[in-house]
Design a protein around this ligand. Sequence first.
Ligand code: ZN
Length: 470
Amino acid sequence: MTTAMESSQFQSEKMTFSVLSSSAPVMAPRVGKLALAGRKTLSTPHYIPLTSRGTVPHIAHDMLRKETALNSLYIGLEDFITKKSPSPVYNVPVSEDESPLRRFICASDDMPLILAPRRYPAIPCPPNNTDTSIAILTSVGFRQLPAHQYLDSVRSLKPDIAIGLADIVYGREPGVKRRAKMVDRTHAFTQDALERLYGKAVPAEQKASAAYFAPVLPLDNAQQSLYLDDLQDELKSRISGLALYESASLSQIPESLGALPRLLLSQPGSPHDLLREVSLGGDLMTLPFVGECSDAGIALDFTFPAPSDATVSASEPRALGIDLWSADNAKDVSALSEGCECYACRKHHRAYFNHLLNAKEMAAWALLQMHNYHVMDLFFAGVRDSIQRGTFEEDMRSFTRVYASELPQRTGEGPRLRGYQLQAGPHKRGPRVYGRLDDVSQKFAESQSSIATPDTDASGLEHHGFAQKA
Ligand SMILES: [Zn+2]
């Protein structure tokens, strides 16, 4: 069956989003192009690579440029807020139109930068948000980020896209009263931000250059209907996109806002979740599972559409990834995925990865990250082709049949966790790496009474276990 394809275009001064093919304005998969002045154009649906303090974890800048196709960066402002005031990111010398943030993190000139108040995924903060600020976790602890400071940062750091401030409750389900407060505050944050960044009273040279993505809260339609109404009436002319905190919100987008790009800050746990988000009309996704798999020594191994050959058996679904910690890989000299042309697969084989992980070599995570993002590049290219061919629903069903429903379980150790990756409060300590030495010191203590001294003879040394013959 073929469906009539629609196209639409949203245009603002700095950004154009063209929907090339879609069967409906909302709740349907669509292919588009997001073009920002002077930056790489993003074909959508696509993902936005997550950064930690301005870099994609494990990947050095030169490798990112030469050996990956990563074409945008998600950056959390809380990563750059230090005790020093103002933080160094605000003091980078730049020309008038340049972005100090871009200079500070050494991102290339054509890389689209997306700034949000918080990292993604964000760690729940013990302090509560207030009417005028949100709680954040900086490199030196928790504090409040006043709304006006975020807006000043959007204006001065000049990202290409700014994600609006929202009153989000992390780590627990908010109660009824709290939810009402979330809507009121987010509504007020958005109104205030649009007025201060782009309002009539703002002189032309002080208007923000960033495109503003208004937050949509992870709540029912009824709860935030006043806010959504205001977005499509009063505020529509000043917003350039929507940032959604759960995929269910895709069903709440009014048709009149259908032309705006939709960025999802949900937590897809697998490629199946991603496909569902795409099928509901998601344009840009954030994928924490890619970094989590790389850290766990797991190489992603799937394609979209799924292979249709005889190697696929209905009783045994294909794994979505390979656990390189597994001893099965210790002597396997094949590539991570068959035919993969990423840097890691062109140069190395599975056995080498198994060795690197066992030796706790950082190269393992760097190479895996490059491979895993490459798999996602091909996956999204396949998704876009499939939507344009009109076979997306069918391809999605066969993907579900062919592949396991979940990513492989983590078995090995990852790199050391940093403070911003840990939940606040008491957490389990890892196993003691130097436990082995306890045995030695125990034996040493036991032998104190008859310790070998420099003047002991050969038999004395032998008694203490030195030069023992096998
Ligand atoms: Zn590869």
